[in-house]
Design a protein. Structure first.
Length: 559
């Protein structure tokens, strides 16, 4: 993300100019209870990008305050995703659990100063006392509990004397506040659960609201960048910082989050998709997770390009068309992806006048967008495969591919003419008998005749059989589940199509995951991690049609 004029960069620029900070320090604070998705990419690029532009640093800090939902698997996956996206935190890897002892001491500090108390109300009773947006809350009968008694109970909570739900530590702020987050929020709760890092050392854990700002202060974070859902939490963030002996005072700033059409970016919903078997795991290429996008062959540079085009504003969250992300992927891959031939629905072609038992090599460009990419050699012989869709017995007027008696160009090779159509007992076309013109090597006719159709092809002799998986949007609607029906009613039954028996250039058999290529005329494809040289499997990254770019051009013409 390049430097721009958004409000966050303006704040940072002003703070540095005024000497409020010597260095910009931000943090990316994921919860280790799931995998990162494309929505997180906006926050990652902003939190790491801003200090990179201004000579500062970004911390990676895991908000591991709820041991009942956290796993090492998620911690490792999040680090892998952030690094894959192109960012690193160096020595500044932190966990909220690193600060548990000091946070506990600050809990005792708030009790001593009369700003917190131990409450015996249950979670349901606390909710009932909290009030509504139009009605004030009611004070707990334990709000006036003496500090000495609350301090004793808090220490006994830590010692494990009470069951879960028996008591909590609450801040004493204002039960009549118009901001419900300020109505004596819970700071600590009892959880008899083993923690992934601290094990059995603790049975009380701070809430996110208590750990967040204080961890920022401990680590020296200057600009705590959050999405808009935390805006109503900022008064509590500031109250806690003001009422505790923190080593420095960080400031929180909120920006609009990313919502992407035809998918869901709710961690709860994504977890449901995985747990209910509606997708094949967190890295299913249909998922908006970063690991799913990586498995689909999306380059990290394309995600950074996409995020760089998004507004960083304080306005309400807006919906971004998934086609915009696809456009960014195409733009990046068009410049970098090698071109290859892949026939997804093979139709056999026999060149009857090509000498039997012979073959030759033709040169093909690796990438016409890159003059330095060079060429590769393709075997050409008597028997080939072309795309079944490139033949029609009764073609419409503007069909410029193969048809009975019609000539077409085999890219980089020769002009061929369909002479005979072979069908099976059901009437399905199984083979085309054609002739080639030996004088048209390279696909050019010496007599100047024009042939508009140019087809991709592979040799039957050395092409490899492969499975190819075609992916579409996971949901049929731009906003799934908003019309009153169940979210799952909008799942796209055609979100994945598996094609067996595809034929690919032989070199693709040994391509590795991450080596995204363009199948000419088909789209961009990447080997799946399960792919092997003996049984290649490719995922479609994105097709060639760019609806977003066309819509932008149309809007420019009309504007």
């Amino acid at each position: 993300m390049s430097a721009g004029d958004d409000f966050i960069r303006a704040v940072v620029r002003a703070d540095l100019a005024a000497g409020r900070h010597d260095e910009v320090v931000t943090r990316f604070p994921p919860e280790p209870n799931g995998y990162l998705h494309i929505g997180h990419a906006k926050s990652i690029c902003l939190n790491f990008g801003v200090p990179r532009e201004f000579g500062g640093r970004c911390h990676m800090r895991f908000d591991d305050t709820n041991p009942t939902r956290e796993e090492h698997e998620f911690i490792e996956a999040i680090q892998e995703d952030v690094r894959w996206l192109g960012f690193d935190w160096g020595e500044h890897l932190y966990f909220a659990s690193d600060h548990f002892e000091r946070l506990y001491e600050w809990g005792e500090h708030l009790i001593r100063t009369g700003d917190a108390y131990v409450d015996d109300l249950s979670a349901e009773e606390i909710r009932a006392h909290r009030g509504t947006l139009t009605e004030p809350g009611r004070e707990s009968p334990w709000r006036a509990r003496p500090a000495e008694e609350s301090l004793d109970l808090f220490r006994r909570m830590r010692a494990g004397e009470f069951p879960e739900g028996a008591r909590v530590l609450r801040a004493k702020i204002d039960m009549a506040s118009g901001n419900i987050n300020m109505r004596d929020p819970v700071l600590y709760r009892i959880l008899h659960a083993s923690h992934p890092r601290t094990g059995e050392a603790w049975c009380i854990y701070p809430t996110y609201d208590f750990a967040h700002g204080q961890s920022d202060a401990i680590e020296g974070v200057t600009h705590s960048l959050c999405t808009l859902e935390f805006e109503d939490h900022r008064p509590l963030y500031d109250w806690l910082v003001d009422h505790l002996p923190v080593p420095m005072v960080p400031k929180q700033y909120e920006f609009s989050r990313l919502n992407l059409s035809h998918t869901v970016l709710s961690k709860r919903r994504l977890t449901q998709l995985v747990q209910e078997g509606r997708v094949d795991g967190w890295d299913d290429p249909r998922m908006p997770t970063l690991c799913g996008l990586r498995r689909r062959g999306v380059p990290p540079e394309a995600i950074r390009d996409f995020v760089g085009q998004l507004a960083i504003s304080k306005t309400s969250d807006n919906l971004v068309e998934a086609a915009m992300l696809d456009h960014a992927v195409r733009e990046r891959l068009n410049r970098s992806a090698p071109r290859r031939f892949g026939v997804l629905r093979p139709l056999k072609v026999t060149l009857e006048n090509y000498p039997e038992g012979e073959d030759e090599w033709v040169d093909a460009l690796n990438n016409p967008e890159d003059p330095e990419a060079g060429t590769r050699r393709l075997r050409f012989g008597r028997t080939l495969y072309v795309e079944a869709d490139d033949f029609m017995e009764e073609p419409p007027k503007k069909f410029f591919r193969l048809a009975p008696g019609r000539e077409a160009r085999l890219r980089y090779a020769y002009l061929v003419t369909c002479q005979e159509v072979i069908k099976d007992s059901s009437g399905a076309v199984t083979e085309l008998r054609c002739t080639y013109d030996p004088a048209t090597r390279g696909g050019k006719a010496p007599d100047g005749r024009k042939v508009r159709g140019a087809l991709h092809w592979v040799s039957a002799e050395d092409s490899v059989a492969a499975e190819v998986r075609l992916y579409e949007s996971l949901f049929t609607k731009a906003l799934p589940g908003v019309d009153g029906g169940a979210l799952w009613d909008d799942l796209n039954p055609a979100s994945r199509t598996v094609l067996g028996g595809c034929r690919l250039e032989p070199g693709l058999a040994t391509a590795a995951p991450g080596e995204t290529v363009q199948f000419e005329r088909q789209g961009y494809f990447c080997p799946d991690p399960v792919s092997t040289p003996e049984a290649p499997v490719f995922n479609r990254t994105v097709g060639l049609r760019d609806s977003w770019a066309r819509a932008q051009k149309q809007a420019a013409r009309e504007g």
